[in-house]
Design a binder for this molecule. Structure first.
Ligand SMILES: [Zn+2]
Length: 480
C-alpha cells in the first residue's frame, strides 16, 4: 500500500467524505454488522478511555457514586412518563421473544435509564436524609438510527448517565448546572480542547420529559454545531411517575426533584471535526493515545542500535508521563510512517537515525507542520512535555478563534441566512416553536442554545418581528 492510498479526501473538498474515510483509515472504528452499529477499535477506544477517566474523576470528585442498572427495561416503565415515551418511541428496540417463547411483557433495550433508575430511587428514598441521591452509570444504550454516522449517531453507543434526586428545585438546578459546567464543559475544554458554549435549550429542543435542558455546543470546522453533552432538570415529572417521595423534617411527604445528564462517544466525532485537517486527525495531547511517535530512520530503519535507542527513549518519556510509541515496523518506509502518524493525529514525531544518535539528538516534527528541529536526547522528556502543553493550548486557542470568526451577531435576516450557511448567528428570537420551524425550513438552522453567559438584550425576533423572548440572543446554526 502506498502513502496515497492511506490518505483521505481533503476536508476542504468534501467534509463528509473526509470524516467517513478518516474514522476508518485512522483505525478509530469500523462499521458493525447490524445497521448503524460500530466497532470501536483499540485506537478509538483508548481515546474514549482517556476522556472517560477524566469524566469519571470529575463525577466522583463532585460527590457522585457509580452504580449499574439493567440493559433490559419492562415496556410499562417507559409508558409511565408521557413526554418521555412519546419522545423515545420511534427509536426503541423491543425484545418480544426470549428463550424461544413470546414474552408476557415486552422488554425495551434501554435508550436511557431514567425509568428504571426512577423505580429504584422510589424504593431507596424515604426521608429527606436520603437526599440528595447522586448516582452515575457507565453503560451502552440503543436508539434505532435511520441515518447513522460513526460516533455521531450510532444505534448503540457508550456513555455515562448521571441521575440524581434532590429535595427541591433550587438544589436540583444547582446539580444540573454543575454537571454541565464543572463536569462536561471542563472536560471538553481542558481535554478535548473544544471551546464549548454552555447554554439552555429552547422549549422545542428539550429532552423528552425534561422541564429544562442545558447543553454544551461546539462548532465543527465546517461551521456546524455539535451538541456535546446535555444536563436535564426533570422537575417532579419522573418523581410523580415513579413515586419518588420523601418525608421532610416537618413530617410532610413531598416529591423529589430529579436530574439526568449524559456525555457519550459522540464527543470523539466532535474531536475529529474540531481539530482535523486535510492530512487527517489532529489529536489534543491530553487525549492522544500516542502523544509522541519515534520513527527510526536511515538504511534498514537505522539498524538495531537505533531501534534500541528509540525504545530506551520511549521508556524515558513514559517515565515522565508521556505516552510514546516506537514505530519499528521493518517493512514500511519512514515516509509512509510519517504520513500514517500524521493521518492518525499524533501531536509530535521524533525521527532518530544513526547520525542523530551519534550527535545525541533527534529530529522533532510537529503534527501541524513548521520547521523540523533537532532536540537533545538527554533533555527530551522535559522538552516534549513543554511541546505537548503548548500544542494543547494552541488547539484550544485555534478552535476558539475559528468559532469566534464564524459567529455573527445580527438583527438582519439576510445576514442571518448568510451566517448560518457557514457558521453560527446570534440573534433575538420570539421563543415560539412555529417560528423556530420556519427558520429551520428556510435555512436548515436550529436554535442551538440560549447561552448562560450573555448580555441582557431586548428587541424583535429575527424572523417574525414579534417581541423577543428570553431577554438574550439565541445561537442558531446547522447541526449534527
Ligand atoms: Zn419569531
Amino acid at each position: 500500500m502506498t502513502a496515497d492510498e492511506r490518505g483521505v479526501t481533503p476536508q476542504s473538498e468534501d467534509f463528509s467524505a473526509w470524516y467517513n474515510e478518516l474514522v476508518i483509515k485512522a483505525e478509530l472504528a469500523d462499521r458493525g454488522p447490524a445497521r448503524g452499529t460500530m466497532v470501536i477499535r483499540p485506537y478509538g477506544y483508548r481515546l474514549w478511555e482517556l476522556l472517560k477517566s477524566d469524566l469519571d474523576r470529575r463525577i466522583k470528585e463532585t460527590g457522585h457514586e457509580n452504580a449499574y442498572f439493567p440493559l433490559l427495561i419492562p415496556q410499562s416503565y417507559l409508558q409511565r412518563e408521557a413526554g418521555h415515551v412519546e419522545g423515545f418511541a420511534p427509536e426503541l428496540a423491543v425484545v418480544t421473544h426470549a428463550g424461544g417463547k413470546p414474552l408476557e411483557e415486552p422488554l425495551i433495550v434501554r435508550p436511557t435509564s431514567e425509568t428504571v433508575i426512577g423505580e429504584y430511587m422510589a424504593k431507596w428514598i424515604s426521608s429527606h436524609r436520603d437526599l440528595p441521591m447522586l448516582l452515575n452509570q457507565w453503560a451502552n444504550v440503543v436508539r434505532w438510527e435511520l441515518r447513522p454516522r460513526m460516533f455521531l449517531r450510532t444505534t448503540e453507543f457508550l456513555w455515562q448517565e448521571g441521575h440524581t434526586a434532590h429535595a427541591d428545585e433550587a438544589d436540583a438546578m444547582r446539580e444540573t448546572v454543575l454537571a454541565l459546567g464543572t463536569i462536561y464543559a471542563r472536560t471538553a475544554r481542558e481535554l478535548a480542547a473544544m471551546p464549548v458554549v454552555e447554554g439552555e435549550k429552547t422549549p422545542g429542543e428539550r429532552f423528552a420529559g425534561a422541564v429544562r435542558t442545558l447543553t454544551i455546543e461546539a462548532m465543527m470546522r465546517d461551521g456546524r454545531a455539535l451538541q456535546a453533552g446535555t444536563s436535564h432538570y426533570m422537575g417532579t415529572n419522573f418523581a410523580r411517575a415513579f413515586g419518588i417521595q420523601y418525608t421532610g423534617g416537618d413530617g410532610e411527604r413531598s416529591y423529589a426533584h430529579t436530574t439526568s445528564w449524559g456525555m457519550s462517544t459522540r464527543i470523539i466525532g466532535g474531536v475529529i471535526m474540531t481539530h482535523g485537517d486535510d492530512k487527517g486527525l489532529v489529536l489534543p495531547p491530553r487525549i492522544a493515545p500516542y502523544q509522541v511517535v519515534i520513527v527510526p530512520v536511515g538504511r534498514d530503519g537505522g539498524g538495531s542500535e537505533v531501534v534500541t535507542a528509540a525504545v530506551a527513549l520511549a521508556g524515558r518519556l513514559a517515565d515522565a508521563g508521556i505516552r510514546a510509541h516506537v514505530d519499528d515496523r521493518p517493512q514500511l518506509s519512514p515516509g509512509f510512517k510519517f504520513n500514517d502518524w500524521e493521518l492518525r493525529g499524533v501531536p509530535a514525531r521524533l525521527e532518530l537515525g544513526p547520525r542523530d544518535l551519534a550527535a545525541g539528538s533527534a529530529v522533532l516534527a510537529r503534527r501541524l507542520g513548521g520547521a523540523k528541529e533537532a532536540i537533545r536526547l538527554d533533555g527530551a522528556p522535559a522538552r516534549l512535555a513543554d511541546e505537548l502543553d503548548a500544542f494543547q493550548d494552541f488547539l484550544l486557542a485555534r478552535a476558539t478563534a475559528f468559532r469566534d470568526s464564524h459567529t455573527v451577531t445580527t438583527s438582519e435576516w439576510d445576514d442571518f441566512t448568510k451566517a448560518v450557511a457557514v457558521g453560527w448567528a446570534r440573534a433575538l428570537h420570539c421563543g415560539t416553536q412555529d417560528c423556530e420551524q420556519e427558520i429551520k425550513a428556510a435555512t436548515g438552522a436550529t436554535a442551538r442554545c440560549i447561552p448562560l453567559e450573555a448580555d441582557q438584550e431586548s428587541g424583535r425576533c429575527i424572523r417574525c418581528g414579534r417581541p423577543a423572548a428570553y431577554g438574550k440572543r439565541v445561537i442558531f446554526g446547522r447541526a449534527y
